[in-house]
Write a protein that binds this ligand. Sequence first.
Ligand code: COA
Length: 374
Amino acid sequence: MDVKDGLKDVVATETSISRIELVDGKAILEYRGYDIHELAQNSTYEEVAYLLLFGELPSKSELELFTEELKERRELPPQVVGLLTHLSPFSHPMVALRTAVSYLGTMDRNIAYTSHEISIEKAKNLIAKFPTIVAYFHRIRMGEKLVHPNDDLGHAANFLYMLHGEEPTETMVRAMDLDFILHADHELNASTFAARVAASTLADMYACVVAATGTLIGPLHGGASQRVMEMLREVALPWRAEKYVQEKLERGERIMGFGHRVYRNVMDPRTIELKKLAKKLSEEKDSKWYEISEAIEEAVRKHKNLLPNVDFYSASVYANLGIPDDLFVNIFAIGRISGWTAHIIEQYENNSLIRPRAKYVGPKSRKYVPLSER
Ligand code: COA
């Protein structure tokens, strides 16, 4: 039995949702065949979510209808709002999100059905409600009044509006929208894999999304960006970055926001876009986060030859959008829910139970000793 630790380089399934390919020292990332840089520059999150779910870019009327459908689904059932008010205000917002997703499942009479039409309905519902759950829980834990969804605003703008209680600027909206696009899908990352494992047993979509949210929170996955922000705060000044990085590496610790299972020695295409965005926002907000991030990037390259991943520059983008550190992973989830649901549907429609083997390395064929003799 050959063991591939962490399933490194194992090709576990086929997908037509996103493609990562490394060619001549460069990485290509495409959603349904469309290059991430082109989508980042020209599309909106609503367009990308449609593309991931349906496989094609929407026509103008299809996009209008889809956008309307998302708007209609934004508000939460009162029971879910009640649940959020009963959670401990000290709960991590990602725990609140996954609890709310599970609770939404209790209210869906079609929970057990996995047909295409019903799954698409559930996906639209989750995509629309994720921002509301995150914004509501944040305001509830802060003891602030809820700000209800505003139908005049698009997905990204409405989220910032519900979170901050005031309409965001054009730059903030574009930044949030771009961030959601860049996080929307990424092939067989750990949380998507978790969702597909659950889907392969034909578990309901809520169960699959709970599995995904539970996996995303880990610091080696989406939880990294919160730790990046803690590092930026600790470094505090660009000239302190090199010493900080050196000392951390000498202690054998990992630098959060660096390294990637797939993009080894190749820049993650999402990082390229996020770095540009982080620079622009830091200049506009006159904040220090970009400069500190760049100094850390240089130091990590020099002392460990590692490149920043998607979570590294996200941190400074979120900080400049006024998002609290412990909401960073939730922001990732708001973007990724469209990819997760597209993968769950793909798994349902071409299913084979995901059940790998394990090589046993414990003691073998031992003789049972009765309790009285132990
Ligand atoms: N800081 C310091 N060293 C790192 C590192 C990091 N962030 N990421 C990888 N390395 C080192 C490992 O220590 C190892 O070094 P060694 O060969 O000298 O022992 C080598 O790089 C390979 O690491 P490995 O853990 O085998 O790679 P992986 O593919 O299993 O890990 C990650 C990928 C993402 C889990 C890993 O890079 C990491 O922990 N990054 C920090 C967390 C993070 O940013 N996660 C978000 C990912 S998008």
